[in-house]
Design a protein around this ligand. Structure first.
Ligand SMILES: Nc1ncnc2c1ncn2[C@@H]1O[C@H](COP(=O)(O)OP(=O)(O)OP(=O)(O)O)[C@@H](O)[C@H]1O
Length: 191
């Protein structure tokens, strides 16, 4: 997805295309290859973990390992979308750890009634999105992690329910502080 970014050392020189392991230098070809390789990796068993920060990073690493050398690593430049600027790079580690700490033990959240699980998890995803730990691939990592949190809580999810445009607008609303629509989408996803 298109980012606003300051001059990015990760760009192919003279372009705004992210350097990649495939040596692709035009955005459309990269988008296609990235999506195809992501889909293959998303279909594989995901890395095991404790649903903690290390696990979150390992999922990004897994999903984007074929495309970006820095898969699984925290970004080092400031980025934003449509005027919403995400966390300064120097605060990502601390804010990511705080989001996980505030969410608490996923096994405890799993015991909450579904609407409460959805509300807590929406808040968590909104926080993670505001941190935006990676240079690219944040949305897909968020949704992949959501599937793990839902599975950990024993929910069989309704895959067709999460319409990308609705998730996007709910996520943008959450950035503005209103998490109700995101919580409603998660509740529908797990119901
Ligand atoms: N203007 C915005 N304000 C806040 N969050 C946004 C905005 N635009 C997009 N987002 C969120 O940013 C995330 C997308 O980040 P990124 O582009 O790094 O991920 P991606 O996986 O490459 O893209 P996508 O989620 O579009 O497939 C999504 O969660 C999306 O909802």
């Amino acid at each position: 997805m298109l980012y606003s970014a300051a001059d990015d050392p990760l760009w192919v020189p003279g372009t705004t295309v992210l350097r990649n392991l495939l040596d692709i230098t035009d955005q459309e070809t990269l988008d296609e290859a990235e999506l195809a390789l992501f889909l293959i990796r998303a279909d594989e068993p995901l890395p095991a973990g404790k649903l903690d920060v290390a696990h979150y990073l390992s999922i990004h690493r897994h999903l984007f390992q074929d495309v970006y050398e820095w898969a699984g690593e925290i970004r080092s430049i400031r980025v934003g979308k449509a005027g919403n600027w995400f966390c300064y790079p120097e605060y990502i580690q601390g804010n990511l750890a705080r989001a996980f700490r505030e969410y608490g033990d996923p096994d405890v959240v799993a015991e909450l009634p579904p609407a409460e699980f959805a509300r807590c998890t929406a808040h968590f995803l909104a926080e993670i999105n505001a941190v935006h730990p990676f240079r690219e691939g944040n949305g897909r990592t968020q949704l992949t992690f959501l599937t793990l949190l839902a599975a950990n809580a024993g929910y069989a999810v309704n895959d067709g329910v999460l319409d990308p445009a609705e998730v996007l607008s709910a996520m943008i609303e959450s950035f503005g502080g209103s998490e109700d629509r995101l919580a409603a989408l998660i509740l529908a996803y797990i119901s």
